[in-house]
Each structure stands twice: as structure tokens, then as C-alpha cells.
Design a binder for this molecule. Structure first.
Ligand SMILES: [Zn+2]
Ligand SMILES: [Zn+2]
Length: 646
């Protein structure tokens, strides 16, 4: 008999050789119907793998990330089989699951595929799937494995096998198809009920551009057709909300080949939006006791050697800038923290002066490979809404709570309601990985967990995810399409105070090390605006949107009155424009709708006579003909309802 521990801590005795599926059946038939894969002692196993020792078993269903992974990887085997049947002579390489779906890299030789071939592939995949073929793992010797693929003339699999140890090599069979595979499959092909080949792209063998370019076939599959339909609708919506597309349409930012890739250029409307976000945070930070500082974009190489950033970024990042004389070396700053440490060091502090909270919208530069760059989310130059708090160990809990408050205020004011937090702590089994005193670590981790609890955050504790220099809390935000983004980190740091020899005089008159907290509620302005664009589809909260209203005169005759309306709006601090082009009102409305301007104010004969405006909301809602002061009330009410006070 062996002892199987389940995630709820319960331990059950089973016959040696019991399979995860049999364990599931022992719990309930319903569970067994839904189990599609499992892990045993942290290693992925098949639901049919005999378990031959005591250990912890986790059973996965489609609802689990690992379940989806097994589902998608298993589908990639079926896709490989379908491709082989449809395109004889192709060479298969690898087919892993990815975040959403899977891919298979294939050498099509003289053949090729394009979008028009996708339906035939999907049909073939479903045909195979319906056969309900079991996935069966078997061990093979290195010689057997090599023989199979040498025989097929598949140099890719041969290369993979050559790098494996004899005795560790396994094949996966289903139907008449065999693939080299480590495992992690669903029980049988019949569970795959819907499949979509999404795209094809070029991909170098092993990601090396000196190697042959293969065809990467992307796809996704589901246990129900309905789920595929919903996913495809979501994809369509995501395309519409792509921040690169919206950024162009709303004239927020651009890129120039001449300036250089990964370096965003903010257009006037985008700059105004950014400015508003900065002002919003600056105001809240001021109330929270932060002081603004300003530091240069470069720093001496020595600064980063001291901070340790040189060792981390030096080799693979922008190279030092050399001065023409004096032989000085400077680096573009990858982080603001070293500069802020030196600001702290510029005057002596006693415990009574702490905490010190230095904030800066600091622009940093990090080299990213050109293939990694993506709109505003992966760039080479970006501005962090950075701040560093220097406090005593006793102040840590309080400071942490205050940063959480500020982060919640930011998320709430920008319409994010769906978020969770992750607290990253040490791996207790590897204390050598972390710097700093174990007592301090213990206190800091407790401080973060207490703060998260007291603030009622929905959070999870991840062991082993802490940085080597301190524990942290990350906010994870779900956008309107249910996609998860990591936003706003609060990081405790014992390392930099040590490296920069930061001190304060304690009540005992001795010198002590302060604790440093890094925090950035937005993360970076670039990434945040990208997220906000994709979350809102460009319909920013009213307090933030660059143009809140547009005045649309019905004809030239009413331009004077329109000007008067515009003036009056300005007096009410409403950001408005006028569209006095010689176009029909219908056309002007359509264009204002496309630009996502929240309010269209139509002025004609009747409005001029009554000294009113006809108010139409983006999306079509009609407020009728009202006075400007009533409109102003409408705007303030809406702003106050989102922009809570801090
Ligand atoms: Zn496999
Ligand atoms: Zn920092």
C-alpha cells in the first residue's frame, strides 16, 4: 500500500500502482469525469501513470492552468498527426502548450501552408479526435529513438534525442501516431471537441537565426464548441482594443524609425493624458507625505557598480557613454533607486526624521531585443512613477499599508475593480539564496501579510518568488476582457541600504540601517496607458480623457454662439474643442464618436435662442437641450463618482 496526500491535506491509502484516475474515481465519479491530467510530487504525470511510492497528488481539470496545458499540448500531437497525413514528408520538431493554446514547429520542406488551408486541417484534427484514441506513454532506448527518426530523415528530432540521457527517453502514442514526448497528456483525444488553427509564422529552429526557418503553426482547442466561439469573439474584441491601433486612432503616441525602435514619442494628446495621470498621482502622493525629487538620466558607471545594477544589466544593455576627455564612463539609468539612495545619503537623519519618501517620474532605459519590443508594453525607454521610502523596521507595517491605500486609490479611480495581489516570500528551504538578516525577513514578510490582510486584499502567498533582496507584493489586474496584467509592485529591499551604506541615528544614538521600499502604482506610464487603452477601449474615465466635449455648430450661422459656449465651458474647467468645419452635423457626430469624445454639444437655432446646448453622449444617449451650468454639474457628478477622494 502507498499513502497519497491530496491538496486538502487528506491522506488516503491505495494499492501500490494505483493511477491518478483511479484515485479520482475513489473520490467521486463526477471528479473522475472531469480529471484530465495530474501531477505527483510536483512532477507532471499522465492520469494513467501507476503511482508506486508515497506522495502528494494534484488532480487537474480543464478549469486549472495545468489542465489546460495538458489539453493544449495533447491537441498539438493531434495537429501534428493531421499535418503529417495532409502533407506527407514534412518534418515535425516541437509542439508545446503556450499561454493561450499551443504551437507546432514544422519543416514543410518544399510545401507550405496558409490561412486557406486551416479549415481542412481543423476538419482532420476533429476527425482524429473523434476516434477517442488513448494517449499512451512508453519508454524507449536512445538507440531505438534515434533509429526511428533517422529512418524518417528527421534531423530535428535526432538532434533533440542526442541531447537526452539514455533511460530518460519516452514516446507518446495515440492512434497510429508516435511522437517524442516527456508527457503531460489528457486521457484520450475524444475530449477535444473544438479546434482552431489561428495563424502561421516563421520561427527559427531552437530560436537561433543561424538555423533553418521553420513554420510555426499556432492553434487553440476546447472541450466545448461554445467555448471556442466565445474565445474567438474575445480575440476579435482584443484586436479592436489593441493599444497600438487605438493609440494611433486617438493620436496619443507614435514611433519613428529615425528616433529608434522601442522609443515612444508622445503626441500632444497623449502627453496631456500623461500629464493628467501624473498630476493625479502627485496630488495623492503629496497628501501621503511624499516629496518630489528630480535626478538626471545618466549616472557614473561606479554608481551602478555600487548598486549591483552594472553586474545585472551592464553586459547585455546599453553600453557606457564615454566622455571625450577625462576618460569618464556613464550609463543610461536602468533604475532610479541608486540616485535616490544618494539623495538620502546627502544629509544625516535621525529616527525622528523617518520615513523619508522620495518620488520621481523618472525615465529609465533598458535594452530589449528588437524582436521583444511591443507597442508601449515592451519599450527601451520608459517613465516609472517611482518612489522610494526609507523607514525604520518598526515603521514597515504602517508604510506598507499606506502604499496599499495609495495603490487601491489609483486602481479605483481608473475603473479597475477586478484585481488580486500576490505576496512573494522566501523559499524557506534555500536560505542561502537571500541576503539580509533572517529575523528582518521574517518581520518584513509578516508585515506585508498583515498589511494585505488588514486592507482586505484578495491575495495569495507565493513561496520562493521573493527577490534575493526582499519580499514583495504585486497587484494583478484583470482587464475588461479578462486578461491578467501585473501592475504596481511594492518591494521591500535590504540590499541597497547595505550597498550604499545608508544609516539613521536611532533613539539609542547608534547608527542603524533603514529599510527601503520601492513602489510604483502605475508601473510605468507607458505600460499603464497601454493597459488603460485595452481595458477601456479608449473610453477613458471622464476626469482623464483629453477632450471631454466637442461643440458642433449646425451651420456657419451658429459659430459665434458655439465660440461663446466653448468659452463658457472653459470657465467651468471642461476640456472642449469646437468642430466648425463646413460639414453636416451627422458627419461631425460620426467622427466625434470614432474619436471617443464623451459629450457632443450640438448648437443651432433653438439652442442659441434658449441659450442652451443639446447634449449627446458617446454611444448615443440623449440628454436633450440643457443649460451649460447644468451640463457642468453633470460632468462634475460623473467625475466625483469615479475619482474618489484620497
Ligand atoms: Zn506530448
Ligand atoms: Zn527602486
Amino acid at each position: 500500500m502507498i499513502k497519497i496526500t491530496l491538496p486538502d491535506g487528506s491522506i488516503k491509502e491505495h494499492q501500490n500502482g494505483v493511477t491518478p484516475m483511479e484515485v479520482a474515481k475513489g473520490i467521486s465519479e463526477g471528479l473522475a469525469r472531469n480529471v484530465i491530467s495530474a501531477s505527483f510530487n510536483g512532477v507532471t504525470v499522465e492520469s494513467t501513470t501507476p503511482l508506486t511510492e508515497d506522495g502528494s497528488l494534484v488532480l487537474y481539470t480543464w478549469k486549472d492552468k495545468d489542465g489546460k496545458k495538458a489539453f493544449w499540448h495533447s491537441t498539438s500531437h493531434i495537429v501534428a498527426q493531421a499535418l503529417e497525413e495532409l502533407y506527407p514528408g514534412i518534418k515535425l520538431t516541437i509542439g508545446p502548450a503556450i499561454e493561450n493554446g499551443f504551437y507546432y514547429d514544422v519543416d514543410f520542406g518544399e510545401q507550405s501552408i496558409s490561412e486557406k488551408d486551416f479549415p481542412a486541417i481543423e476538419k482532420k484534427v476533429l476527425e482524429i479526435a473523434r476516434g477517442k484514441h488513448d494517449y499512451k506513454m512508453r519508454s524507449v532506448t536512445k538507440a531505438e529513438a534515434l533509429a526511428l527518426y533517422k529512418d524518417q530523415g528527421n534531423e530535428y528530432k535526432v538532434e533533440l534525442i542526442e541531447n537526452l540521457e539514455d533511460g530518460t527517453i519516452t514516446f507518446c502514442d495515440h492512434s497510429s501516431f508516435t511522437d517524442l514526448c516527456r508527457g503531460g497528456h489528457i486521457p484520450n483525444t475524444g475530449i477535444v471537441k473544438a479546434v482552431k488553427i489561428l495563424s502561421v509564422a516563421g520561427a527559427y529552429w531552437r530560436g537561433d537565426e543561424n538555423n533553418k526557418q521553420l513554420t510555426r503553426v499556432y492553434g487553440i482547442s476546447f472541450p466545448k464548441q461554445k467555448e471556442l466561439t466565445e474565445y474567438l469573439e474575445l480575440l476579435e474584441e482584443a484586436k479592436k482594443r489593441d493599444h497600438r491601433k487605438l493609440g494611433k486612432e486617438l493620436e496619443l503616441f507614435t514611433f519613428s524609425k529615425k528616433v529608434g525602435q522601442g522609443l515612444p514619442l508622445w503626441l500632444p494628446k497623449g502627453a496631456a493624458l500623461r500629464e493628467r495621470l501624473e498630476q493625479f498621482l502627485k496630488k495623492a502622493q503629496k497628501k501621503a507625505g511624499y516629496e518630489m525629487v528630480v535626478t538626471p538620466h545618466i549616472g557614473q558607471k561606479e554608481l551602478y557598480v555600487t548598486s549591483g545594477h552594472y553586474a545585472k544589466y551592464g553586459e547585455d544593455s546599453f553600453q557606457p557613454i564615454h566622455t571625450p576627455k577625462d576618460d569618464e564612463e556613464f550609463l543610461l539609468k536602468p533604475m532610479n533607486c541608486p540616485h535616490h539612495c544618494e539623495i538620502y545619503n546627502s544629509s544625516p537623519f535621525s529616527y525622528k526624521d523617518l520615513p523619508k519618501r522620495y518620488a520621481e517620474f523618472g525615465t529609465v532605459y533598458r535594452y530589449e531585443q528588437s524582436g521583444e519590443l511591443h507597442g508601449l508594453t515592451r519599450v527601451r525607454g520608459f517613465t516609472q512613477d517611482d518612489a522610494h521610502i526609507f523607514c525604520t523596521p518598526n515603521q514597515l507595517n504602517d508604510e506598507f499599508k499606506k502604499v496599499i491605500d495609495l495603490s487601491l486609490y489609483v486602481l479605483g479611480s481608473l475603473g479597475f475593480e477586478n484585481f488580486t495581489a500576490q505576496v512573494s516570500v522566501r523559499d524557506m528551504e534555500k536560505p542561502e539564496k537571500y541576503i539580509g538578516d533572517a529575523d528582518n525577513w521574517e518581520k518584513a514578510e509578516q508585515a506585508i501579510i498583515n498589511a494585505a490582510e488588514e486592507k482586505g486584499l484578495n491575495f495569495e502567498i507565493e513561496s520562493g518568488e521573493a527577490a534575493f533582496y526582499g519580499p514583495k507584493l504585486d497587484f494583478m489586474v484583470k482587464d475588461a476582457l479578462g486578461r491578467q496584467w501585473q501592475l504596481g509592485t511594492i518591494q521591500v529591499d535590504y540590499n541597497l541600504p547595505e550597498r550604499f551604506d545608508l544609516t539613521y541615528k536611532g533613539s539609542d544614538n547608534d547608527l542603524h540601517r533603514p529599510i527601503m521600499i520601492h513602489r510604483a502604482p502605475f508601473g510605468s506610464m507607458e505600460r499603464f496607458v497601454a493597459l488603460l487603452l485595452e481595458h477601456t477601449g479608449g473610453n477613458f474615465p471622464l476626469w482623464l480623457i483629453p477632450t471631454q466635449a466637442i461643440v458642433l455648430p449646425v451651420s456657419e450661422k451658429h459659430e459665434k454662439y458655439a465660440e461663446k459656449v466653448l468659452n463658457s465651458l472653459e470657465n467651468h474647467e471642461i476640456r472642449a474643442l469646437i468642430d466648425d468645419r463646413n460639414e453636416t452635423v451627422g458627419k461631425k457626430i460620426r467622427e466625434a464618436e470614432l474619436k471617443k469624445i464623451p459629450f457632443m454639444l450640438i448648437v443651432g437655432e433653438q439652442e442659441e435662442e434658449a441659450q442652451t446646448i443639446s447634449v449627446r453622449r458617446h454611444g448615443g444617449e440623449d440628454f436633450g437641450s440643457i443649460s451649460i451650468s447644468k451640463f457642468s454639474d453633470l460632468v462634475s457628478t460623473e467625475i466625483n463618482s469615479t475619482l474618489k477622494s484620497f
